[in-house]
Design a protein around this ligand. Structure first.
Ligand code: GDP
Ligand code: ZN
Length: 322
């Protein structure tokens, strides 16, 4: 039988079976997944095959196989073992909530996020929230960002989670798919998810309150079904996106507008920095490429590790966890 992993606690997995019921499963033997040195063999979102084992007092499932993952996101362990922890898999779309003010979302943060999404192979959509609070100035800024990002192919939505505006379009993009929501603390993730599904009480909030009390919590991702046919993966405590190891050479490939011009650079290994006859630099000069994007590119290229980590994991109180 086949099912989808909705929750994992490390040794037990809650699997939703094809008839819609949940079955607690464990793993048989050791799973080795090629190419991944991971601390957990099975993650939320995995499609698994399982057998049913019935004993006198209980019925449990035994996972026998994992189907190939379309994609997965990871969290690196801080020690030197280079082990990764797979947070979730088979994600169709990730929504990055962006606010102009309260809190400020920088283009550098947005771009690092988009680069990581590209590297993971996950569609990313920008959701500008709190449009009800815009002044003339913040509206200008939002429209400019929307112009920059929609020009390079990223879908942009404008919503007010608080007033329930713009939600139909968002629901349309979520329907029949697995979604994740990211963004700085305070951008309105909980409010938005509540507006989409008032009965769903995600843990994001509770976790951050626990952090404030200085408690150490281990957090697990969990998948939820929403009433309009969407699935959402909640990743408590993780507001950003995992770090992906990238070769300098490949970073530009995750900027779609750079990638599109790459063939026109004189050198096929052009890093778009000091090289002569660089199509990316030319496009920058003629303002076809946004300076903010190029600056983000340089920052990532220079490997600004400190910022990178803080940016990706905006849960500043506990950055060392990741
Ligand atoms: P999270 O940390 O991303 O989950 O953010 P929350 O959902 O807790 O929202 C942070 C604050 O922003 C709360 O005070 C919300 O009421 C407020 N907020 C969220 N969405 C909106 C919105 O669309 N408009 C306004 N004006 N406030 C919002
Ligand atoms: Zn170039």
């Amino acid at each position: 039988m086949t099912g989808i992993v909705y929750k994992s606690t490390g040794s037990w997995y809650s699997v939703k079976t094809e008839d819609g019921t949940f079955l607690e499963c464990r793993i048989k033997g050791k799973f080795r997944i090629q190419g991944i040195k991971s601390t957990n063999p099975i993650a939320v979102g995995d499609v698994v095959d399982f057998d049913i084992e019935t004993s006198s007092d209980e019925t449990v499932g035994v996972i026998t196989n994992i189907h190939d993952r379309k994609n997965y996101i990871v969290r690196k362990s801080v020690n030197l073992s280079k082990q990764t922890h797979i947070i979730a898999s088979n994600i169709d779309v990730v929504f990055l909530l962006v606010t102009i003010n309260n809190p400020v979302t920088t283009t550098s943060f947005i771009d690092r996020f988009l680069v990581t999404a590209e590297a993971y192979g996950i569609e990313a959509v920008l959701v500008f929230n709190k449009i009800d609070t815009y002044t003339e100035e913040t509206l200008d800024e939002q429209l400019f960002l929307q112009y920059v990002y929609s020009n390079i192919g990223y879908q942009c939505l404008r919503v007010s989670a608080a007033e329930g505006k713009g939600l139909e379009e968002l629901k349309f993009l979520m329907k029949d798919r697995v979604s994740m929501f990211s963004g700085h603390s305070g951008v309105g993730k909980s409010t938005l998810v509540n507006a989409l599904e008032p009965t769903l009480n995600l843990k994001t909030k509770a976790i951050s309150e626990q952090h404030q009390q200085g408690q150490h919590t281990t957090t697990f991702a969990e998948m939820f079904d929403l009433s309009f046919g969407a699935k959402i993966i909640d990743t408590p405590g993780i507001r950003g996106f995992g770090i992906v190891d990238m070769e300098k050479q490949e970073i530009g490939d995750y900027f779609p507008e750079f990638f599109a011009l790459k063939d026109q650079c004189k050198f096929n290994n052009c890093l778009h920095k000091e090289e002569p006859h660089c199509a990316v630099k030319d496009a920058l000069e003629s303002e076809e490429i946004a300076w903010s994007r190029y600056n983000s590119y340089l920052q990532i290229l220079e490997g600004d590790e400190e910022n990178y980590r803080n940016d990706l994991y905006s849960d500043e109180r506990n950055p060392e966890k990741f």
